[in-house]
Design a protein around this ligand. Structure first.
Ligand code: R5P
Length: 327
């Protein structure tokens, strides 16, 4: 590997530590300071000159603070003569702001992409963008990972003979189809309409879930509203059992408690693209680590190997005695 320097902002130091442990390199120190006028200052406390610099910072809550921190880290690395700077953003929060769907409305996904490049990002490493076309907002190269392998590996432990993958909306149907293919099960999808930030309506379910063991797949769970609305339809259509999977467990407010309180929800599975607070770690919640995937992508970026090749190998399941999904 060529000289590599990895720093983390304050959003998810535990993930950064895990990535560094996988790569066998130290996580270098960063000093963050907030002045009495509320401005933030960042200092990267290790040499960056001619280094391959990686700055790890998901845009988790508080998003605005974490974004500005990342911009300042990029500026600091560029000012310190880094050879190349990769912003590692496991969760790109502004991806949902991707179109002009009302008059005089901002398109945050595009603006933040511009800000990152202007601040000094030479490339972006991210995971499960809300919609794949957000990739095109960036003027610098983007390596866009997904967590379908990690999620599939988790569910392949079960007997999937009666399984079906269900997407809450049609926008996510392509990912759900890819996930269903990995698991060797059919898929179904809801026709979802967003009424407001916290309210959605699913008008119908396309596909057959009757007497089947459902695995719901979404890119992210925020309020849990989409899943709760989908549950209504799954019950109406007499699904046999229900498990929920997503990449980004944002789980704002009481989302975890509300979902876990649904008696027919057997399991909620997400990854650690954002930190999951201790109070959200209820027994029904399983958090999978995407640190190995990010570490491997960073190793490949550093050594100039293909990152897309990462997606071509699927983990195999050894165990033949698999528990039932409905258990
Ligand atoms: C939106 O279309 C996304 O794919 C998710 O379904 C959405 O962000 C989930 O948000 P919530 O949990 O608040 O319904």
């Amino acid at each position: 590997m060529s000289p590599i320097a990895i720093f983390s902002g304050s959003a998810h130091p535990a993930l950064a530590e895990e990535i560094c442990a996988k790569l066998g390199v130290p996580l270098l120190p960063t000093r963050l300071k907030r002045f009495s006028n509320d401005c933030i200052e960042v200092q990267l406390q290790a040499n960056c000159r001619e280094q391959d610099v990686f700055l790890i910072q998901p845009l988790s809550s508080p998003v605005q603070d974490h974004l500005v921190e990342l911009l300042l880290m990029l500026d600091a690395a560029r000012g310190a003569s880094a050879a190349r700077i990769t912003a590692v953003i496991p969760f790109y929060a502004y991806a949902r702001s991707d179109k002009k769907d009302a008059p005089r409305i901002s398109i945050g996904g595009r603006l933040v992409a511009d800000l990152l490049a202007t601040a000094g990002a030479d490339r972006i490493l991210t995971m499960t963008l809300h919609s794949p076309q957000v990739h095109g907002f960036f003027s610098v190269p983007v390596d866009h990972l997904h967590a379908l392998g990690e999620l599939a590996q988790h569910f392949q432990r079960y007997d999937l003979a009666n399984g079906v993958v269900v997407s809450p909306d049609l926008g996510n149907a392509k990912s759900a189809a890819a996930f269903a293919k990995r698991l060797g099960v059919p898929m179904a999808a809801g026709a979802k309409e967003r009424l407001s930030d916290t309210e959605v309506r699913i008008s119908m379910l396309i596909g057959d879930v009757r007497d089947r063991d459902v695995i719901v797949l979404d890119d992210e769970i925020v309020t849990g509203g989409s899943i709760l609305e989908l549950l209504r339809h799954l019950r109406d259509h007499k699904a046999r059992s229900i498990r929920i999977a997503c990449t980004h467990g944002i789980l704002s407010g009481s989302a975890t408690r509300r979902l876990a309180a649904e008696p027919d929800v057997l399991e909620i599975v997400c990854t650690n693209t954002v930190p999951i607070a201790a109070e959200k770690r209820v027994p029904k919640l399983t958090v999978l680590s995407i640190a190995p995937a990010l570490a491997e992508a960073m190793r490949r970026i550093n050594s100039g190997e293909s990152v897309s090749a990462l997606f071509h190998s699927d983990p195999t399941v050894q165990d033949n005695a698999r528990p039932a999904l409905r258990a």
